[in-house]
Design a protein around this ligand. Structure first.
Ligand SMILES: *[C@@H]1O[C@H](CO)[C@@H](O)[C@H](O)[C@H]1NC(C)=O
Ligand SMILES: *[C@@H]1O[C@H](CO)[C@@H](O)[C@H](O)[C@H]1NC(C)=O
Ligand SMILES: *[C@@H]1O[C@H](CO)[C@@H](O)[C@H](O)[C@H]1NC(C)=O
Ligand SMILES: *[C@@H]1O[C@H](CO)[C@@H](O)[C@H](O)[C@H]1NC(C)=O
Ligand SMILES: *[C@@H]1O[C@H](CO)[C@@H](O)[C@H](O)[C@H]1NC(C)=O
Length: 355
């Protein structure tokens, strides 16, 4: 019954790191030491009550120790290798690559592989704890930190730019230089991309959804990203677990440069998107509507007046025609003249009304 309950409690949660995995921690915290130095490895992981048994592996083969603590006293080259551990209810831990060196100066590091945002500790360590001073730390051959006294330096929040080969130099009897060590920083999530749900152009009153899109490349327990949305220097939404932002009804004043930011809960990793320009086109403004109304009204009035005039002229001409006919009937002599006049008047009338 106990076993079942414990097993249920340790069922991996979807999408997160396997919580049944054991973890090795080092004391002192360096993955490389000098010969004859002491190192203690601790194994943490889920266990059954009353069962503290731990399995240790070096280069894939089991070693005799069964306690959660594995102590190496006066390390020798044969202690170097890849260590893993496993507790009663865990799967084997990620490996720790322990190196045993023989040199004048050793650049000690707290791990070889980090996830961006993790702290990275460095120590420029002299053989037999010999004092070294005027220490210089280098990344890819370039000095990045000078320290007159302190042999330790910590990069509190690593980012991808911290990838590379590190070494150090320091003064003892003369200036010593350590060998190089490779450090890898893994990306947790890429910079987000801001997308809008509507294609352009946006019209006033449209509903627009903005989404801040990124993808977790690594799984970590309890890892939650927070999203913020901005337009220019104005914050629209700050640190929300939702990667979506809804702009209910777009207005012309909403036009601008939008961007978003994705961060981890501790704020150690912050990444922002590039800007997205949103332009909201206004519908016709009231003044232009009135202008159009008046314009068409004026055209209509002109047309109406024109038609009325045409009709009046036409009627007038009809009356004149009648009168002319009467005259011509009266005296046959003047017939020619009248019909000529009539033609002229008719063509004039046509011209007027065609216009
Ligand atoms: C390592 O541990 C042993 C025994 O605990 C101790 O005698 C020795 O001084 C230690 N060595 C160093 C370098 O601290
Ligand atoms: C473990 O493997 C490393 C090389 O991967 C080797 O240098 C070391 O000696 C091995 N350790 C043991 C105890 O076999
Ligand atoms: C990485 O961190 C260093 C400080 O340690 C900082 O100067 C640099 O701007 C950071 N790079 C990025 C891409 O965030
Ligand atoms: C915007 O998001 C809301 C709620 O998430 C959804 O109901 C709506 O359909 C989305 N609109 C568009 C245009 O994608
Ligand atoms: C986070 O976003 C959701 C959905 O967009 C909203 O309902 C909620 O109020 C927001 N929370 C905060 C703290 O802004």
């Amino acid at each position: 019954m106990w076993l079942l309950t414990a097993l249920l409690l340790w069922v991996p949660v979807g999408g997160q790191v396997d919580p049944t995995k054991a973890v090795i921690t080092l004391q002192p915290p360096w993955v490389s030491v000098f010969q004859e130095e002491n190192v203690t490895l601790w194994c943490e992981g889920p266990r059954l009550p009353e069962d503290s048994s731990t399995r240790w592996f070096l280069n894939g083969t089991t070693i005799q120790t069964l306690t959660p603590r594995y102590r190496i006293t006066a390390a020798t080259v044969s202690d170097s290798g890849e260590y893993r551990c496993q507790t009663g209810l865990s799967v084997p831990s990620d490996p720790i690559q322990l190196e045993i060196h023989r040199d004048w100066l050793l650049l000690q590091i707290s791990n070889r592989v980090f996830i961006e945002g993790d702290p990275l500790a460095l120590r420029c360590h002299g053989w037999k704890n010999k004092l070294v001073y005027n220490i210089v730390f280098y990344q890819n051959g370039k000095a990045f930190k000078f320290s007159p006294q302190d042999s330790e330096f910590t990069i509190l929040t690593t980012n991808l730019s911290h990838n590379g080969i590190y070494h150090c130099s320091g003064m003892g009897w003369h200036r010593y230089t350590s060998a190089g060590v490779s450090i890898t920083i893994k990306e947790l999530f890429p910079a987000p991309v801001l997308r809008a749900s509507l294609s352009f152009p946006l019209l006033e009153g449209n509903l627009v959804n903005l989404s801040c899109e990124t993808k977790l490349l690594l799984q970590r327990p309890d890892l939650q990203l927070y999203f913020s949305f901005y337009v220019g220097s104005k914050t629209l939404m700050s640190r929300n677990t939702s990667s979506e932002y809804q702009r209910l009804t777009a207005k012309r004043e909403d036009s601008g440069l939008y961007w978003c930011e994705a961060t981890t809960e501790d704020g150690n990793v912050i990444k922002r998107s590039s800007e997205l320009e949103l332009q909201v086109l206004g519908l016709q403004s009231p003044t232009s509507v009135w202008f159009h109304v008046l314009f068409y009204l004026a055209v209509g009035v002109i047309f109406l007046v024109d038609t009325i005039f045409c009709t009046i002229i036409h009627k007038e001409l009809q009356r004149q025609k009648k009168w002319n006919l009467e005259i011509s009937l009266g005296s046959g002599h003047e017939k020619k003249v009248t019909s000529y006049l009539q033609k002229e008047i008719q063509s004039e009338e046509e011209l007027k009304c065609q216009q």
